[in-house]
Design a protein. Structure first.
Length: 343
């Protein structure tokens, strides 16, 4: 049984209020904001028999709006990068918001992470909805999104449905920064990845080819300390992991991606998804972002595991997954985050 607590709203300096709600099923609990569909806190049991928060967040809306790290938010209308902020469909060209190098990243300067969503509840979770209008950050069509966060036992489910009335790429991901032990670094976290392929990239993060992980610096088939992200040569250009792994999942089933764990807290998080790709990001550029208790966050203080379509796939149709959503179709993303405790 999930218990719901409506928390005090926060003022949005742009106008209106940001709603806050806490869900608790007795095993895990989560606080969700109507701003950006943000998961502000996520409490899970540790090896001391206590629950601790395992995601980074902020203490007020001003701090959330001041950062561009997408802390805990839904990234969209298209998560990850679109090259040169340009795309075309059936001869129609579109210019998108460019907000990272030469790319449109995570939907542009005013992406879904900065929108006010409508917040409600379901039997076992919370439902948020958003209507992104025609031309929002340059994207075509009116896009309607439904986002569910559900608590089932020791699992957090993230399920997203979307429709559009004009052909448009839709790609949404949950962008929480996971720190499973409350430390100031992720270097002692252990990462293991099932995916056997990844995308090679150019110098601004646009895919060049699909390569095998075996024998490469991106090979995480065995449990590996996150500390290697400052040691492996292939990760130097991005200051650590910021790479998209390609899932072998032609039927879009819920499939295991891998596991993040902390030997200090005993907490492990196993991620399952129906998406064709998962971006692994080592929080390489968090320096100076203000977190909770007004503490400045550090580079490599957390780990993001972002199930999604493949970056720049609207311009690279040979990549796995269907980038363009057509009228009458339904975009469907489902991911499961399973928490366990050892020791």
């Amino acid at each position: 049984m999930v218990r719901f607590s409506v928390l005090e709203s926060w003022q949005d300096p742009r106008g209106g209020e940001v709603e806050r709600i806490r869900l608790d099923n007795g095993t895990i609990a989560v606080e969700v904001l109507s701003l950006g569909g943000i998961i502000r806190s996520l409490w899970v049991p540790n090896n001391k028999g206590e629950r601790q928060n395992v995601v980074l967040g902020c203490d007020n809306i001003e701090d959330y709006l001041a950062q561009s790290a997408h802390l805990g938010a839904i990234a969209g209308r298209f998560a990850n990068r679109i090259a040169n902020g340009k795309m075309q469909f059936e001869g129609q060209e579109y210019q998108l918001s460019v907000n990272q190098a030469t790319n449109c990243l995570h939907g542009g300067e005013q992406g879904f992470n900065r929108k006010q969503w409508q917040l409600g509840t379901t039997n076992d979770g919370v439902r948020l909805t958003l209507m992104s209008p025609e031309g929002d950050m340059g994207f075509p069509g009116n896009c309607h999104v439904q986002l569910d966060y559900r608590l089932v036992g020791n699992n957090l489910y993230v399920e997203i449905l979307a429709t559009t009335d004009k052909a448009c790429p839709v790609n949404l991901t949950q962008h929480s920064y996971f720190n499973l032990d409350g430390s100031q670094t992720n270097q002692h976290h252990i990462i293991q990845v099932d995916a056997t392929q990844y995308l090679t990239m150019n110098d601004v993060g646009i895919p060049k080819s699909i390569a095998a992980t075996a024998g490469s610096d991106l090979d995480l088939s065995s449990p590996t300390p996150m500390a290697v992200q400052t040691e492996r040569a292939a990760l130097a250009a991005t200051n650590g992991f910021d790479h998209c792994y390609v899932m072998d999942n032609p039927n879009n089933d819920l499939q295991r991606f891998g596991q993040l764990s902390s030997p200090h807290s005993g907490i492990s998080m196993t991620v399952y998804t129906n998406q064709p790709g998962v971006q692994l990001y080592g929080a390489n550029f968090l320096q100076g972002v203000v977190g909770k208790k007004q503490q400045a966050l550090n580079d490599h203080q957390a780990v993001c595991i972002e199930p999604q379509l493949l970056p720049d796939s609207p311009n690279q149709p040979h990549l796995p997954g269907k980038a363009w959503l057509l009228p009458g179709e339904i975009y469907h993303h489902i991911s499961r985050y399973e928490f366990a405790t050892q020791g």
